[in-house]
Design a binder for this molecule. Structure first.
Ligand code: F6P
Length: 366
């Protein structure tokens, strides 16, 4: 009996939400697997769902040429991204919000896509799932975020590179702190999760790590720094996650030119208070978007590559509404619903917190 050739598919790929290191490595892996292994077409959609909303639809066909370029190592995303513009509540120039989801769904249809691979965090996945369910399209998710707060995966693309950058910052702060007898405060990103602060804090030899998941008092932090100094050390390193609350129980926000506000500023408040309470000279470094840019490290390249290949394999197997995930040192897949059911936060009773306490690192809670 003559075997029937299966028709080649056309798949779309987009990056959504804040960028991070390793997105291009994932795009490269998707393109390589889809074309080399299956002979499919891959359309890269510009700027997340915005590309599907715009007319003409903004996309580019991704060929094997990109696999041979340098994109494995490149930071950012060659497709562009946005962390604004929820199509279900899209901000219009007159300040109103409009549901433009039908335009996105029409864009998907216009491209004749058989499936969409969305690289995003939990917020993007919630939107993409809703679009997929209302538009009847096939979705596979690849998790990325330096915050590492997507559920059901030990690692999201970008987290390990952000930790490496934050650890290097501590390595660079330590000698200058020691030279000047200073307390150095390093404010790190992570939104409501303290994973970057906790992981980099341990790796970079911090004396104090403040994370949103563990309530602190300034009194406890000041006492710990005084103890460090009493023991003969002339400097201290304090790591604080951006979502840690101030003494009034409020998260600190910074307003941006062009509108909007994001978390940031707790480091400065902490520096001033610790100087007042301990008499130490303090300096504050806010690492900011440096944590998101630049080359992915080896772990992120590996995870992104494994995620890209597995995501295409899920499409080939017709297994949709799933997210690729990293568990027990290998790539697996889980229902997208599980991944976004609850954000993954630092477990105050978890192994890493235990390790930190074992190293006499203070969380400011005792
Ligand atoms: O979610 C990633 C993240 O980098 C957070 O850690 C940070 O709070 C936020 O995005 C910054 O967003 P923006 O790029 O809009 O300033």
């Amino acid at each position: 009996m003559a075997s029937q050739a299966r028709p080649a598919k056309t798949i779309g790929i987009l990056t959504s939400g804040g960028d991070c290191s390793g997105l291009n490595a994932a795009i490269r892996a998707v393109v390589c697997r889809a074309i080399e292994c299956h002979g499919w077409r891959v359309l890269g959609i510009r700027q997340g769902t915005m590309g599907l909303m715009r007319r003409p639809v903004e996309f580019e066909e991704l060929g094997l040429r990109i696999v041979t370029t340098n994109i494995l190592r490149m930071g950012g995303t060659i497709l562009g991204t946005t962390n604004k513009g929820d199509p279900f509540a899209f901000p219009m120039p007159d300040g109103s919000l409009r549901d433009r989801s039908a335009e996105v769904i029409a864009g998907y249809r216009e491209l004749g896509l058989d499936a969409l691979i969305g690289i995003g965090g939990d917020g993007s996945f919630a939107i993409l799932r809703r679009l997929a369910s209302e538009g009847g399209f096939n979705l596979v998710g690849i998790p990325k975020t330096i915050d590492n707060d997507v559920g059901a995966t030990e690692n999201s693309i970008g987290f390990q590179s952000a930790v490496a950058v934050a650890t290097e910052a501590l390595d660079r702060l330590q000698p200058t702190a020691a030279s000047h007898d200073r307390v150095m405060i390093l404010e790190l990103m992570g939104r409501d999760a303290g994973h970057i602060a906790l992981t980099a804090g341990i790796a970079g030899g911090a004396d104090v790590i403040l994370v949103p998941e563990i309530a602190y008092t300034l009194e406890n932090v000041a006492r710990h720094i005084e103890k460090v100094r009493e023991r003969g050390r002339n400097f201290a390193l304090v790591v604080v996650a951006e979502a840690v609350k101030d003494t009034l129980g409020q998260q600190v926000q910074r307003r941006h030119g062009g509108g909007g506000a994001t978390l940031g500023g707790i480091g400065q408040l902490l520096g001033e208070e610790l100087a007042r309470r301990t008499g130490a000279e303090t300096r504050v470094t806010v690492l900011g978007h440096v944590q998101r840019g630049g080359e992915p490290n080896a772990t992120d390249r590996l995870i992104a590559s494994a995620f890209g290949v597995h995501a295409v394999d899920l499409v080939a197997a017709g297994r949709f509404d799933r997210m690729v995930a990293w568990q027990n040192r290998r790539v697996v897949d889980v229902p997208l619903a599980d991944a976004i059911a609850e954000p993954q936060r630092v477990d105050p009773a978890g192994a890493l917190v235990h390790t930190a306490r074992g190293l006499n690192i203070s969380f400011g809670d005792a």
